[in-house]
Design a protein around this ligand. Sequence first.
Ligand code: ZN
Length: 397
Amino acid sequence: MAAGIQNLASVIDEARLRPLTAADRLRYGRNLLVPEVGAVGQQRIRAARILVVGAGGLGSPAISYLAAAGVGTLGIIDDDVVDLSNLQRQVLHTTDAVGTAKVDSARRVVAALNPDVEVVAHRSRLGAANAEELLRGWDVVIDGTDNFPTRYLLGDACVLLGIPLVHGAVLRSHGQVAVFDATRGPCYRCVHPEPPEPGTVPSCAEAGVLGVLPGIVGAMQAAEALKLVVGGARPLIGCMLLLDVWGGRSQELPIRKNPDCPVCGERPTITALLDDGAHCGAFPQDQPDSEGNHMNTITAAQLHARIASGETPGSSYTLLDVREPHEVAAGDIAGAVHIALDQVVARRGELDAGKELIVYCAVGMRSQRAIEALAQAGYAGAMMNLEGGIQAWLETA
Ligand code: ZN
């Protein structure tokens, strides 16, 4: 039998509802015709305050559809600027917005799409110090974050403030959607008690993401938020919807509240928000190793300068690309030697230990692990990690 809560009441207080105008009836007519929504449902949407954390791949469709649906107040938090590499999936932003703040780009799009929507935009990064202030007072929060420290902080903050959180995550061609409402079901930490060790789970920048996938998942997050607002639906509380768009499959996974959950359990150990420094920085750089030595790094600009001065890969140093063959096929740094991370130790004999070794990957995470693995295996040569990987290299070209 399917898990989840049927016919959950709306999260919107009836006292906030206002009659629809004639213009509302025209603009939102198709919503009004859906029996599950109707005029009262549309009034609830108009009264709703929905916050989207992250105006990126998941935030793009969520913000667009919530604005189109006529959500009364739409909050947007993002500290990033639009980058050319975002446009493959972050359809809220256009080529001429590259270099501008994502919150400004989002605000422009929402104003053009639906001037009825009040936008409350914060160009800031969610942290322990500002989370309560930024999150308090919203009816529903949508998680459009792309890193574990922010995701855990957001999950904990929503439990402490009693706000339902619509979760979404994507990687390659796999996505997942769930609603975490600790008053009725599990929270994020019930399912994943601790963040993964840095470097053990690849990010989209590292592993890639099929551009259409966040479109699907972000739109589903918008749908879940609207279901909570309209009421009477079966939200994805107590179950996680898993999608594999490439395989054409979806699956619903029951998830349960953990009585020992550190934040929503019977004896919580997390009762206030903390920035979890140990897990910050999805792409660690210049981190001390087990002996406390800082790893040697080279910036993309420094490598560009060395090559421009005639010091090409293979001359005084070996440039080692530890990405997978399909990533290398999409483009590499000229002169690089390719050995995927999982073969680096076994094939270390192919490397000239008399030459300096500069290692790179997509964003600098796997290359760091390669250097650590080589050092552990007793590789004697000097090693440097290319900070930010080939992505930083391309950005500084
Ligand atoms: Zn929990």
